[in-house]
Design a protein around this ligand. Structure first.
Ligand SMILES: Nc1ncnc2c1ncn2[C@@H]1O[C@H](COP(=O)(O)OP(=O)(O)OP(=O)(O)O)[C@@H](O)[C@H]1O
Ligand SMILES: [Mg+2]
Length: 322
């Protein structure tokens, strides 16, 4: 089966700006199709901003980019009560979070109180300002970027709140031939230039696609496997015979929200691949991006050189698929 037509149009739009990086593009589409927020992490110059901005432009949604800086305040995201002296009244001036797609660029450059305001709004899909609670738009989607290099003047994200992101996308360098293409298209002036047939899709098409994605079937046996693996992130040594050596490696594992995010993102991935049911490969492909940021490993794991991706990989291999 082939990919749904609307997604072809969106991919064509994205390809005007992003060369290669198929995994990144797939995950951006998964976020869009599920309403799941994304944290895109990678070294400088890997087209994080370019990619997220291209996606937002490609869906004709009300879009706002917020550059996170050390002097940003929660009110700069949420909005303010504004006083009108002539009528002696207050009115609410909504902040950037009231848009449909928000690019939170370089999220680790703003201090904890601003990050928390964003992460809270992501989970609640509403914000409270001056005692009054206001709903955020139906499409509301946050795409945050982060540069992992340790730098002075950055603030690490609160690890305990990171599971509000559906996926943690780790960017890698482009392949050699893609890097040639980036350079060649830059010199030819065709990178980011509008092309025929690549104008993206409408918000209505996105919402219709979201409904279709929700109907993708996940076999109960696969659901049980997901729950087993998620439980194993909390106590890996109890999950299967081959995993006893992982005792004491995890401080905090994934929550039930992790299991939801896993199956929902797999529904979108299956749908993008033209299926209306999930196969084990969908779940295996997405496991690292769904689980990585939900785990806090112990000092023992760090000492023994075990990283989060290796742990996830072992759980997915040792816990038998149905
Ligand atoms: N895969 C790619 N496709 C197209 N352009 C790319 C790709 N990778 C890098 N570039 C180019 O690299 C430059 C940097 O991109 P961008 O500003 O989006 O990076 P970034 O990841 O946001 O970097 P930073 O962390 O410094 O903000 C842009 O000119 C972009 O065109
Ligand atoms: Mg950037």
């Amino acid at each position: 089966m082939t990919e749904p037509t609307a997604m072809h149009a969106l991919r064509a739009h994205l390809a005007q700006y992003i060369v290669g990086q198929r995994d990144l593009v797939d995950r951006l589409l998964i976020g869009l199709l599920t309403g799941g927020h994304l944290l895109v992490e990678g070294l400088p110059g890997l087209a994080k901003t370019t990619a997220v901005k291209a996606l937002a432009d490609g869906v004709h949604a009300r879009f706002k980019r917020v550059q996170f800086t050390p002097d940003l305040l929660p009110a700069d995201l949420l909005g303010n009560e504004v006083y009108h002296p002539e009528t002696r009244t207050f009115s609410f001036a909504p902040g950037p979070l009231f848009n449909e797609i928000i690019l939170a660029d370089e999220i680790n450059r703003a201090p904890a109180k601003v990050q928390s305001a964003l992460l809270e709004a992501m989970a609640e899909r509403q914000v409270t300002v001056a005692g009054e609670t206001r709903q955020l738009p139906a499409l509301f989607l946050v795409m945050a970027t982060q540069n992992p290099l340790e730098q002075s003047g950055t603030y690490p994200l609160p690890e305990a709140q990171l599971d509000r992101f559906m996926l943690h996308v780790a960017l890698t360098y482009p392949e050699r031939q893609d890097e040639y293409a980036i350079l060649a298209r830059t010199l030819a002036g065709t990178l980011g230039a509008p092309a025929a047939g690549g104008t993206g899709i409408t918000v209505d098409e996105v919402l219709a696609a979201r409904d279709a994605v929700k109907a993708v079937h996940c076999d109960p046996a696969l659901q049980r496997w997901v729950v087993d693996v998620v439980a194993a992130t909390r106590a890996p040594e109890k999950a299967a015979l081959g995993l006893e050596s992982l005792a004491g490696m995890v401080l905090v594992g994934a929550s039930p929200r992790g299991a939801q995010a896993w199956v929902q993102s797999a529904q979108a991935y299956a749908w993008l691949n033209g299926r209306d049911f999930i196969v084990p490969d969908d779940l295996l492909t997405l496991a690292p991006d769904v689980l990585r940021h939900r785990l806090i490993l112990s000092p023992k794991a760090l000492v023994s050189g075990l990283n989060r991706d290796q742990l996830i990989n072992r759980l997915c291999t040792e816990i038998a698929l149905p």
